[in-house]
Design a protein around this ligand. Structure first.
Ligand code: DOR
Ligand code: ZN
Length: 456
C-alpha cells in the first residue's frame, strides 16, 4: 500500500500494470506511452519507439489514449458532497463518481454538513468513506468555528492530527464575521501550518439578498448582494494575513474589485491565494431573467465586467486556481420562487469543459495552464502530497486524459451527481474527460460509459 507523508492511509493502488498508449502530456509534442506499475509511473517513452515499452510488457490492461491530452489528475479545493446530513442530494459515493467523471483525483469537501465537520470523528468518517469507495481522494475540510456559529474556534490541531489529516479549515457557506476571532484563527492555523479559506461575505450587507446588486436585480425586483459585501472582507482578511503572517485563501472570488485587492495583496507579498468558479467565469446575472432557481448561487452571478476581470486575473495568476464549489441541491430546494431557492450549482462534471471552452478553444491559454490552475496550484496551496505532480517516472499515477475535440451537450439527466441543479443544461462543449486514473486504477472511462448508455 502506498502512503505519502501527511496523507494518512490511502486506498490501495491498483495492483499490476496499466499501459497507456498514444497520449500527449500537457497536449504537447509527439504522442507518448506510459507504463504504470502498482500505482506509480514506471516508464514513459515516445510513441515512435513505443516498441521499447509496448511489446516488451504484458500489461494487465491497456488504454489507447487516441492521441488525446494527458494531464495530472485534477484537484478541486472546494466541493460540497453533503454527507453527512443531506445524502438525499449527494453522497461521498455519488460525489466521488461525479468527481472522477469530471477528471478529478482529489477533492476537498466543505464542512457545512449536518452535523458540521467540526470534530475529528466526522472528518475521519468522511475520509474513510472516500477511501473505501476508492474513486477519488475526498479530503474533509474542518470548520473554523463550532457549528459554523462564528463564536468558538474548533480544535484545528485535533482534526489536523486525526486519521483524516485535515489540512484546510473553512466556515464556507458562512463568513467568519468577527475580526478578532479571525485573527485568533490565523494565529492558531499558523502554528499548525494549515490553510484557512474564507467565504468572504459581510452578512449585514446581504440580508435578504438573492442576486447581484445591479440593473438586472432592480428590474426583476430581487434584493441585491453588493460587491462591497465581498470586497470589504477580502481587504480585511488580506490585512489580517499580512499582520498575523499565515497563508489564507479566498473562496469563490466574484468581483473586479476583489481582483484589484488580490493584486495589491500579491504586490505586498501577503500570503493570500484565491479561487474562482467556472460559473463566475462563464455566466452573468442575465441568466436570472427566467427566475430559474438553478441560477441562484452565493456569491451571486455578476456582470460581464466582473467575468472579464476574473478571466484575466486567472490568466495573470492573480487568481491562483479554479474550484467548482460543486453544490448539489434537490428540486424541492431549487424549483421554488427565486428568493427561496437554496444557493449553489453543480460543477464537478462540467468544469474542465468550461475552462477548455473559455481559455483553450479561444487560444487564450494552453493545456499547461489548465494543468496549473486545476491540478498543480490547488495541490500546492493545500500542500497535498501525491497530486498535481509532474507527469514523470516515479510519480503516483494520478492522471486525466482529455479528448480536446469531443463535442457534447450538457444534459442534467445524465449526471453522476445525485442532484440536477446544473446551470449548463443544453450548453454545447468541445472538450471532455475520456479517462481518470487514481493510483493506477481507472476511475472513469468515457467509452465504457457511452457503451453502457447505448445498451440501455
Ligand atoms: O452557493 C453556495 N452554495 N455558496 C456557498 O457558499 C455554499 C454552497 C452550499 O453549501 O450550497
Ligand atoms: Zn462552497
Amino acid at each position: 500500500m502506498t502512503t505519502y507523508p501527511d496523507t494518512g492511509v490511502l486506498s490501495a493502488p491498483a495492483a499490476g500494470t496499466l499501459l497507456i498508449t498514444n497520449v500527449r502530456p500537457y497536449g504537447e509534442g509527439e504522442p507518448t506511452s506510459l507504463l504504470i506499475k502498482d500505482g506509480v509511473i514506471e516508464a514513459i517513452s515516445a510513441a515512435a519507439d513505443a516498441g521499447g515499452v509496448t511489446p516488451a510488457v504484458e500489461a494487465d490492461r491497456t488504454i489507447d489514449g487516441g492521441g488525446n491530452v494527458l494531464l495530472p489528475g485534477l484537484v478541486d479545493m472546494h466541493v460540497h458532497l453533503r454527507e453527512p446530513g443531506r445524502e438525499d442530494t449527494e453522497t461521498i459515493e455519488t460525489g466521488s463518481r461525479a468527481a472522477a467523471k469530471g477528471g478529478f483525483t482529489a477533492v476537498f469537501t466543505m464542512a457545512n454538513t449536518s452535523p458540521v465537520t467540526d470534530q475529528p470523528i466526522i472528518a475521519e468518517s468522511v475520509w474513510a468513506k472516500g477511501q473505501a469507495r476508492g474513486l477519488c481522494d475526498v479530503h474533509p475540510v474542518g470548520s473554523i468555528t463550532k457549528g459554523l456559529e462564528g463564536k468558538t474556534l474548533t480544535e484545528f490541531g485535533m482534526m489536523a492530527r486525526s486519521d483524516a489529516k485535515v489540512r484546510m479549515f473553512s466556515d464556507d457557506g458562512k463568513c467568519v464575521q468577527d475580526p478578532q476571532l479571525m485573527r485568533r484563527a490565523l494565529e492558531y492555523a499558523k502554528g499548525l501550518d494549515v490553510l484557512l479559506a474564507q467565504h468572504a461575505e459581510d452578512h449585514r450587507m446581504t440580508e435578504g439578498a438573492s442576486a447581484h446588486e445591479g440593473e438586472v436585480a432592480a428590474r426583476l425586483g430581487l434584493r441585491g448582494w453588493p460587491r462591497v459585501a465581498e470586497e470589504s472582507i477580502v481587504a480585511r482578511d488580506a490585512l489580517l494575513a499580512r499582520d498575523y503572517g499565515n497563508r489564507m485563501h479566498i473562496c469563490h472570488a466574484s468581483t473586479k474589485g476583489t481582483v484589484e485587492l488580490l493584486k495589491w495583496a500579491k504586490e505586498q507579498d501577503i500570503p493570500l491565494t484565491a479561487e474562482v468558479t467556472p460559473h463566475h467565469l462563464l455566466l452573468t446575472d442575465d441568466k436570472l431573467v427566467t427566475y430559474d432557481g438553478v441560477f441562484r448561487v452565493n456569491p451571486p452571478l455578476r456582470e460581464e465586467s466582473d467575468t472579464l476581470a476574473l478571466r484575466q486575473a486567472l490568466l495573470d495568476g492573480l487568481i491562483d486556481v479554479v474550484a467548482t464549489d460543486h453544490a448539489p441541491h434537490g428540486s424541492e430546494d431549487k424549483c421554488v420562487e427565486f428568493e427561496h431557492a437554496k444557493p449553489g450549482m453543480l460543477g464537478l462534471e462540467s468544469s474542465l469543459a468550461v475552462i477548455a471552452k473559455l481559455f483553450v478553444a479561444t487560444g487564450l491559454a494552453d493545456w499547461r495552464f489548465v494543468a496549473r490552475v486545476m491540478s498543480e496550484r490547488p495541490a500546492e496551496i493545500t500542500r497535498l502530497p501525491g497530486h498535481g505532480r509532474p507527469i514523470a517516472v516515479g510519480e503516483p499515477a494520478n492522471l486525466t486524459i482529455v479528448d480536446p475535440e469531443h463535442e457534447w451537450v450538457s444534459d442534467s439527466t445524465r449526471l453522476a451527481s445525485k442532484s440536477e441543479n446544473n446551470p449548463y443544461e443544453g450548453e454545447e462543449f468541445g472538450a471532455r474527460v475520456a479517462y481518470t486514473i487514481l493510483r493506477g486504477a481507472v476511475t472513469y472511462d468515457l467509452a465504457a460509459e457511452s457503451a453502457s448508455e447505448a445498451a440501455e
